[in-house]
Write a protein that binds this ligand. Sequence first.
Ligand code: NAD
Ligand code: LMR
Length: 327
Amino acid sequence: MNPPLRVAVTGAAGQISYSLLPRIASGAMFGPGQRVILQLLEVPVEKAMKALEGVAMELDDCAFPLLAGMELTDNARVAFRDADWCLLVGAKPRGPGMERADLLKDNGAIFTAQGRIIDEVASAEARVAVVGNPANTNAMIAASTARRLPAERFTAMVRLDQNRAQTMLARKAGVDTTAVTDIFIFGNHSPTMFPAFEHAKIQGQPAATRIPDRAWLEGEFCEKVGKRGAAIIAARGASSAASAANALVDHVRDLCTPGAIHSVAVPSKGHYGFAPEVWAGLPVRTTTPGSYEILTGLTLDAFAQSKIAATNKELVEERGMVADLLG
Ligand code: NAD
Ligand code: LMR
């Protein structure tokens, strides 16, 4: 067996982590042959640390064969030390009536501090996945503080949006979700994101052939994918947690699977008209475990270009709002 992977998870006593940690410990993220050590970070508040103890007790009670150890801490240096993967979940969620960007003031600073510490103490091969909102911009903030780890190692999650879009296309076409492929998310994890239906396939055929309703694809479909997070907050009274945890499992598992093609928010480098310095959801192909290349050469019609321009504008504005936090 391989040596255990060290997986740091922040916000480990929160809602998402409650669904996430058992999936990591059961092998869903890194595979059935890979042991893991969970390095769990919470805020230095008695209630949070007590809750974290309870979570760890439950993980113990699962007797997971792959769980090789757990460390519970309120010290980021301890949590990120030698970590192979740093899963940055810990941050404030939005409530009803808020946009994710409204969280920037509260959450942005978390990522300056954690990015710097990860860069100092994590494994030389460390990968970072950001979930805390606004995720794209938080990943950019964390990466900006790093001097040792390359920016490409810092990704943010748009996989929940991809999964939502996949299910919506499948429902509309009356097929199983597995019949829908190549649905990619471009841009911000916000209502401006663009689920690029023109490249999607349903049972191998262009989605627009199987769903010959351009008005629905451009209108209701894009809007519902973009606003799904708010719809869940309205229904549940709290932001998505189980589906977010599931999406993070998909995000990391596919980043560890050479050949996998999926949507990840990465430094755009100017592809598809995004400003080079923003973190944009883009289609990528995993090359070697933890590394990827951006899929290039996908055609974008005038509608797609206008959607990308709008989501890029928002990302550039968010970057401007956090200029003082960038390292
Ligand atoms: P939660 O409030 O249930 O849990 C967050 C936890 O993070 C809390 O236990 C809190 O104590 C902890 N925390 C706060 N600051 C921390 C820090 N500096 N270090 C370590 N821990 C810290 O929230 P949640 O529902 O788990 O959501 C977490 C974040 O994920 C939110 O920002 C939410 O908006 C975001 N989210 C993103 C997506 C996505 O698709 N990218 C999906 C769902 C939720
Ligand atoms: C989601 O998409 O469900 C999360 O980002 C939570 C939110 O604030 O919408």
